[in-house]
Design a protein around this ligand. Structure first.
Ligand code: SF4
Length: 195
């Protein structure tokens, strides 16, 4: 019997390389790039291109969702002034995880997950709670994970540097790009990169 299939939501190439490679030991991985939070469009195009590069390196299929930036902006507008990890991020996670669960169901892939828990700047418990919710709604399995464990974040930095991948220095939305320009936050992210 072959490995079970899993649809892995990808937000950027460095995270995808580490997570998809790790999951590949136990799953047949398909990537799914659905990130209408990423702005401006040039940045979105760059991250998508890098995700395609990783899919090619790993020999995995990559599904690409639409760039629903207007919908994303409408859904998150109410929380535009919140800091990163605030309620705007909950809405942002939910939009992307819902679409991933839907895409898994439509592609007849029994499981889904997201690479996002690799990042120390995201709320893993919240993402896992949202993932369970959409798993139940779309009748697919959800792999709860915290990929930053076992030194995952540091390993992903090394792996992506070795592969020569682009590492962004802000999460994705314009609000986060403005936020990262503040003082020590900028210094920290310049040093580690962002995922
Ligand atoms: S900071 Fe990141 S997770 Fe939060 S809303 Fe912006 S893009 Fe989404």
């Amino acid at each position: 019997m072959g490995k079970p299939r899993i649809l892995v939501h990808i937000c950027c190439a460095p995270d995808a390389l580490y997570v998809a490679r790790s999951l590949g030991a136990n799953y047949e991985v398909t990537g799914f790039f659905y990130d209408p939070n990423i702005q401006p469009k040039e940045e979105y195009d760059l991250r998508l291109e890098e995700a395609r590069k990783v899919a090619g390196m790993l020999g995995i299929a990559l599904l690409e969702g639409p760039y629903d930036v207007d919908r994303w902006t409408t859904l998150t507008l109410k929380f535009k002034d919140e800091p990163e990890k605030g309620r705007r991020c909950d809405v942002c996670y939910a939009m992307r995880l819902q679409r991933t669960a839907e895409a898994a169901r439509d592609a007849d892939i029994g499981m889904f997950t997201t690479v996002m828990s690799l990042s120390p700047w995201k709320k893993t418990r919240t993402m896992n709670r949202i993932g369970r919710l959409f798993a139940s709604r779309y009748k697919v399995g959800f792999l709860e994970a915290d990929f930053k464990k076992k030194d995952g974040f540091r390993k992903s930095i090394l792996m992506s540097r070795e592969a020569g991948l682009y590492r962004q220095d802000y999460c994705g939305c314009l609000y986060s790009r403005n936020w990262k320009n503040h003082g020590h936050e900028k210094a920290r992210r310049d040093k580690d990169g962002q995922s």
